[in-house]
Design a protein around this ligand. Structure first.
Ligand SMILES: [Cu+2]
Length: 276
């Protein structure tokens, strides 16, 4: 009897905690409200299943409690009940999975015209590459990565010359435009996550992963690493400033283009090293 009451109190407490707790998502700042809807559907389905199951257990604990002279029936088969449970469970699981399929399709379908930016993760900092005026990222390769050229940009590629490399500095993005984020890692698994954008993705050494989103709100947001990536994982923070297009263009024009950050090539002549 006491156990049944405890189970019911546990159910009521859990539901109240869910609706009354002050902890909830940060206000969204991207197009991905689909992701919020999917999580809310998941909460409803798992919440209803949780309440029904615990109430059922509490009922059984009370109804079939030990009483003198009462014997349990052995009933290994009950076709009607099995059908009923199979259909209800199938509907529940389908309800959990189906919205995710719809959202995932959108998540991996980058809209035409999305501008590309690149994010580089390393223990334990974030760096970024933005296309310059031409709007196109130049070619890069892992072999070309050096201390001066952290993204391994191809110095001969004309489209790389106006690229802007931000090493451990704030990322800026224009609001209202779709952005495809290309993700690279120099060392271990990381995960690029801005809670307000909802979307997140792993960075995997040796490959370029991506996701896309449209920032919808101008503000400064924290970037977190969401993959345990070593002892300094918790310090792997960054900032992204979402601003209107005019402010973004002004900021972009003040950044150093890749062509201006080249180290001069050292040429050795017979009179000693000369700078070309
Ligand atoms: Cu990390």
């Amino acid at each position: 009897m006491i156990l049944a009451v405890v189970l019911l109190l546990l159910t009521v407490g859990s539901v109240l905690f869910h609706f009354m707790s002050p902890w909830w998502w940060t206000p969204i700042a991207s197009n991905w409200d689909y992701i919020d809807h999917t999580i809310i559907i998941t909460f409803w389905i798992t919440g209803v299943a949780f309440v029904l199951l615990i109430c059922f257990v509490a009922y059984c604990v009370f109804r079939f409690r030990h009483r003198e002279g009462q014997e349990a029936h052995y009933e290994p088969e009950n076709k009607r009940l099995e059908w009923w449970l199979t259909i209800a469970t199938s509907l529940g699981v389908a309800g959990l999975l189906a919205p995710g399929l719809v959202v995932w399709k959108d998540f991996v379908t980058v809209p035409a015209g999305a501008s590309e930016i690149e994010v580089m993760g390393q223990q334990w900092q974030w760096s970024f590459r933005l296309p310059g005026k031409d709007g196109v990222l130049g070619r890069s390769s892992a072999e070309a990565v050096t201390a001066e050229n952290p993204f391994g940009l191809n110095k001969d590629d004309p489209q790389a010359q106006d690229d802007v490399v931000l090493e451990a500095a704030d990322l800026h993005l224009p609001a209202g435009k779709p952005i495809k984020v290309l993700l690279r890692s120099k060392d271990v698994l990381h995960n690029f996550y801005v809670p307000e954008f909802r979307a997140k993705m792993d960075l995997i050494p040796g490959m370029v992963t991506y996701f896309w989103f449209t920032p919808t709100r101008t503000a400064k947001f924290d970037i977190l690493c969401f993959e345990l990536c070593g002892t300094g994982h918790y310090t792997m923070r960054g900032s992204v400033v979402v601003e209107d297009d005019a402010a973004y263009q002004t900021w972009l024009s003040q950044q150093t283009a890749f062509r201006d950050s080249h180290q001069p090539t050292k040429v050795v002549t017979k009179d000693g090293p000369a700078v070309q």
